[in-house]
Design a protein around this ligand. Structure first.
Ligand SMILES: *Cc1c(COP(=O)(O)O)cnc(C)c1O
Length: 537
C-alpha cells in the first residue's frame, strides 16, 4: 500500500501563503512557513491541500519617501496562473450573502492550494479579499469568515476528502465554527459537536507576544454573523470574553504545536491558565531548501569544494542587487552583516547602533557593512519610526549601512545567501522561530544571534555561528537591552570581526559546519514528518 493510503488527508488553513513573489498572498514569516509547507507536501508526496485567500492587493508595497519615512502603496494584481475551479460558495456576512470564487494554484511546485476570492461583480462586499492584514476589526472578521467558513464550504463543494483540519494560526478558527454548525444541524448538541470537531482539528500557535493574539468583542462576532448560531455562553466557553482566537483554537483542537522547542515552553507558560485546551507540543519550523538555499553551497560543503568562492559569488550577487535597488555600493572584501525582519520594537533593529561611540569607527571605515530590510505594518507608527531610523543611518553611513525597501521573497533570498553574517537580536523569548536564520545557516551565512527561536537548537558557539546574551531575560526592558547590547558588541568585536579578517580558514570551517549541521534538521521534510508523527497521528 502506498504511504498516501495510510496517512490522514489534511486541509491546511492559513491567511497567507508565500509561494512566489508573483503571488501577493503573503506578508511575512507565517506565509513563508505556509508556502514552504505546501511545497514540501508536494515534493514528498503528502496528502495535503491548502485553503487561503486570493488577495487582490496583497500586503503593502512599502517604499521610502523623500523625507526618509516609509509609506504604503497598493496595486491591483492579476494572476493568470490560477485555475478557475468553477466553484462559487456563499458565506453570510453581516446578514449579506457574499459570493466567494474558488481558484486553484499549483504553479509553484506546491500541493493544491485553493484560494477564495470575493472580488466579483455580484458582491457589494467585493473588498473583503482586498488587502492582507489591512483595515480593522470588522473587516478582519469578514476576511476570517471567508477563509474559515468559505474554506469548509469550498472543500465540500469540491468534493474533497479531508480527515484533519489544520489551522495555522488562530485566523482560521471560524472553520471550526462551520464544522460545529454542520454537526449541530445534523442533530448533535453543542457539547457533542465540540467533542467530535475537536477530533478533527489541530492547531499551530505562533506569536508569543500577547497583543499578537487577536481578540474581538463578543458583540462584534454576533453582529458580523461569525458565531453561526452559537450563543454568547457557548462563544465564551470557547474563546472567553473578549473572544480570543488563539484561545478558541486551543480549545477546539485535539492537539496544538508551537514552532520551536523554546517556543513550546513559552507557549505552554503563556496559555497555562486556559482550561480545557489541547496540549501544545513543540515542532520546530523548517524551510524548503530548493526555494532558499544555493545547492552549490551544499555540494561544496559535502564534497570539499571551494566554499569561499561559492559564497563570494552569492555575495557579489547581493552587492549587485543592493546597488540596483538602492544605488549603494558595498564592498566584497569587507564583512557584510544581513538583518531583515518585520519592523517591530522587540526585534530591536537599532540595537547595534545604540552606542555610536563603539560602532561608528567600524561603520566609518567600512570594516562592518550592514544591509537591512523589513516592513512596518501600515498602521504601526512605532514600526515606521524604526524604518525611518534605519534609513537615517544609511544616510549617515552611505558606504556601510543600507536599507532595502519593500522586503519580499527575492530580498529575503538574496540577503540570506549573500551576507557573511546573519544578525538576529530579539528580546528573548519573543521570537517564535525565525526561519530566515535557517535559510542563512544552510547557505553558509553564519548566524550571530540571541538564543531565541530555533537558534538554541542549533548553536554551537564559535563552531557553526555565535550566540550572544547567554539567554539572559529580564522583565525590565532597559536592563535586557543594556545587557544584550554589551554582549552583542563583545562577541561582534572580539570574535566575529577578528575571525572574518584574520582567520579565514576557521571562518570557512564554520560555514561548512553550519551547512552540514543544519541542512537536514531544518529542511521541511523533517518538519512534515514530525507533523505526521506528533500532530496528525
Ligand atoms: C524567511 C522570510 C521571513 C521569515 O523570516 P523570520 O526569520 O521569521 O523573520 C519573512 N519574510 C520573508 C520575505 C522571508 O523570506
Amino acid at each position: 500500500m502506498s504511504k498516501n493510503k495510510q496517512l490522514p488527508k489534511v486541509a491546511y488553513f492559513c491567511m497567507e501563503y508565500g509561494l512566489d513573489d508573483s503571488l501577493k498572498t503573503y506578508a511575512g514569516g507565517l506565509g513563508i512557513l505556509a508556502g514552504d509547507y505546501m511545497k514540501g507536501a508536494k515534493d514528498h508526496n503528502f496528502p495535503i491541500i491548502g485553503i487561503g485567500l486570493k488577495w487582490k492587493q496583497g500586503y503593502t508595497d512599502q517604499l521610502i519617501g523623500e523625507d526618509g519615512r516609509p509609506y504604503d502603496s497598493y496595486h491591483n494584481y492579476n494572476y493568470d496562473f490560477l485555475e478557475d475551479t468553477g466553484i462559487i460558495v456563499k458565506v453570510q456576512i453581516r446578514q449579506r450573502e457574499v459570493h466567494c470564487k474558488v481558484w486553484k494554484c499549483e504553479a509553484f511546485g506546491n500541493a493544491p492550494l485553493y484560494l477564495l476570492d470575493t472580488d466579483l461583480p455580484q458582491n457589494a462586499d467585493a473588498w473583503i479579499t482586498g488587502q492582507l492584514y489591512g483595515w480593522f476589526g470588522e473587516e478582519r472578521i469578514a476576511q476570517e469568515m471567508v477563509l474559515g467558513i468559505g474554506g469548509i464550504k469550498a472543500i465540500r463543494a469540491l468534493g474533497l476528502e479531508v480527515d484533519l483540519y489544520h489551522f495555522n494560526e488562530g485566523h482560521a478558527l471560524f472553520a471550526g465554527f462551520e464544522l460545529l454548525r454542520e454537526k449541530m444541524e445534523a442533530g448533535a448538541s453543542f457539547e457533542q459537536a465540540v467533542d467530535q470537531s475537536k477530533e478533527e482539528i489541530v492547531f499551530t500557535t505562533h506569536t508569543p507576544v500577547i497583543q499578537g493574539n487577536e481578540s474581538h468583542p463578543i458583540d462584534r462576532l454576533l453582529y458580523m454573523g461569525a458565531n453561526l448560531g452559537l450563543t454568547v455562553e457557548q462563544l465564551v466557553l470557547l474563546g472567553g470574553a473578549p473572544f480570543n482566537m488563539t484561545v478558541g483554537a486551543l480549545r477546539l483542537s485535539r492537539k496544538s504545536n508551537a514552532v520551536a522547542q523554546l517556543h513550546g515552553e513559552t507557549a505552554n507558560k503563556m496559555w497555562a491558565h486556559i482550561d480545557n485546551r489541547s496540549e501544545i507540543v513543540p515542532i520546530t519550523n523548517a524551510i524548503h531548501l530548493p526555494t532558499w538555499v544555493d545547492q552549490n553551497m551544499i555540494t561544496a560543503a559535502e564534497q570539499d569544494g571551494d566554499l569561499w568562492e561559492a559564497h563570494l559569488k552569492n555575495k557579489r550577487e547581493l552587492i549587485e542587487f543592493v546597488k540596483e535597488r538602492t544605488g549603494a555600493q558595498l564592498q566584497q572584501d569587507k564583512l557584510l552583516i544581513g538583518f531583515s525582519r518585520r519592523a517591530v520594537p522587540y526585534k530591536r533593529a537599532n540595537l547595534i547602533f545604540s552606542k555610536p561611540e563603539i560602532i561608528s569607527p567600524y561603520l566609518e571605515d567600512g570594516r562592518i557593512q550592514i544591509v537591512f530590510s523589513g516592513k512596518a505594518h501600515p498602521l504601526d507608527d512605532n514600526g515606521k519610526q524604526i524604518v525611518a531610523d534605519l534609513v537615517a543611518m544609511s544616510k549617515k553611513y552611505p558606504n556601510a549601512v543600507v536599507y532595502v525597501p519593500n522586503y519580499d521573497m527575492a530580498t529575503g533570498a538574496m540577503l540570506t545567501r549573500g551576507s557573511d553574517v546573519w544578525l538576529n537580536n530579539p528580546r528573548r523569548p519573543k521570537e517564535a522561530s525565525g526561519t530566515s536564520g535557517m535559510k542563512a545557516a544552510i547557505n553558509g551565512v553564519l548566524n550571530f544571534s540571541i538564543l531565541d527561536g530555533w537558534w538554541p537548537e542549533s548553536c554551537e558557539h564559535g563552531v557553526n555561528g555565535w550566540q550572544f546574551g547567554d539567554a539572559f531575560e529580564s522583565e525590565i526592558v532597559k536592563e535586557q537591552d543594556d545587557h544584550d547590547r554589551e554582549a552583542l558588541y563583545k562577541v561582534l568585536l572580539e570574535e566575529v570581526v577578528p575571525t572574518y579578517y584574520n582567520k579565514q580558514e576557521k571562518w570557512v570551517k564554520m560555514m561548512k559546519a553550519s551547512i552540514l549541521g543544519n541542512k537536514d534538521e531544518f529542511a521541511v521534510k523533517r518538519m512534515l514528518e514530525e507533523y505526521y508523527e506528533k500532530l496528525y497521528n
